[in-house]
Write a protein that binds this ligand. Structure first.
Ligand SMILES: Nc1ncnc2c1ncn2[C@@H]1O[C@H](COP(=O)(O)OP(=O)(O)OP(=O)(O)O)[C@@H](O)[C@H]1O
Length: 238
């Protein structure tokens, strides 16, 4: 199966700081790639580089066989790269449905079709019965699911999840893990930045470990979590 997303030799610098240092990765359909690493390792920067939110200084990114290295974020979104953001701040004055409609209109310009698409995504994430509530009434776990529904309304081929499990209590975490698992089974390629190891271990087919911008390990979740270099990278920062 061809890679849905392929990045080679990605370098991102902020002044003198090399935030991402020659990192390469691949993810195919129905596959989850986990990105882990201690604070400041470069995960968010790599994520932003892949999705077009920060420019890359070196390297190449291709999506479904097309070079998108220089494409702006909105163009990547239109091509099928959907992402969540770390913020749990939806448009609070809007309803839950209206929040998802913002994404849905990008793939379905007609209001009726966009609304059907948005409602379908809300059903998928378990917020169907809250469609007409103000988004500000949602608790953290539901805000996370709303964020996921917004990204899904773009009908992504590759879905980028930015710490979507952070701060969830155990039942909400189990639910979110189940949801992401379902998306993978439906054929989506997923790239996931996550600190919650339970989620990484259960969901990832492949894990890349970053430290100081560079890839220090990669492999199955079991292999990387028992790698002494990885253990040291984590313990060394605490
Ligand atoms: N906009 C920026 N300007 C300058 N330096 C930045 C910027 N964004 C990130 N950095 C630096 O780049 C490095 C990587 O940061 P990044 O946020 O990507 O790490 P991270 O692995 O996502 O960390 P965390 O787990 O804490 O979110 C850090 O040294 C950080 O200080």
């Amino acid at each position: 199966m061809p890679d849905a997303l392929k990045a080679d030799g990605i370098v991102v610098r902020f002044g003198g700081v090399v935030a991402v240092d020659h990192v390469s990765l691949r993810v195919a359909d129905s596959e989850i790639l986990g990105l882990i690493g201690p604070n400041g390792a470069g995960k968010t920067t790599l994520f932003n580089a892949l999705t077009g939110y920060v420019p890359v200084h070196e390297g190449q990114i291709s999506f479904a066989g097309q070079d998108v290295t220089k494409a702006p974020a909105y163009a990547r979104t239109r091509l099928g790269m959907g992402r969540t953001f770390q913020t749990e701040r939806p448009f609070e004055e809007l309803t839950v449905l209206e929040n998802v409609l913002i994404g849905a209109f990008l793939s379905e310009p007609r209001r009726k079709n966009a609304e059907d698409l948005a409602l379908k995504q809300l059903e998928i994430v378990g917020l169907g019965d809250r469609a007409h509530q103000p988004a500000m009434d949602l608790n953290l776990a539901r805000r996370r699911r709303l964020e996921l529904a917004r990204a899904l309304a773009l009908r992504p081929k590759v879905l980028f999840l930015d710490e979507i499990m952070a701060g969830l209590n155990p039942p909400a975490l189990r639910e979110m893990i189940g949801l992401v698992h379902g998306l993978k089974n439906s054929g989506m390629a997923i790239v996931m930045v996550e600190h919650i190891m339970e989620a990484i271990i259960e969901l990832s087919d492949h894990v890349i470990v970053l430290a100081s911008g560079a890839r220090i390990a990669e492999g199955t979740p079991q292999a990387v979590t028992s790698d002494p270099q990885v253990i040291e990278a984590y313990l060394g920062t605490e």
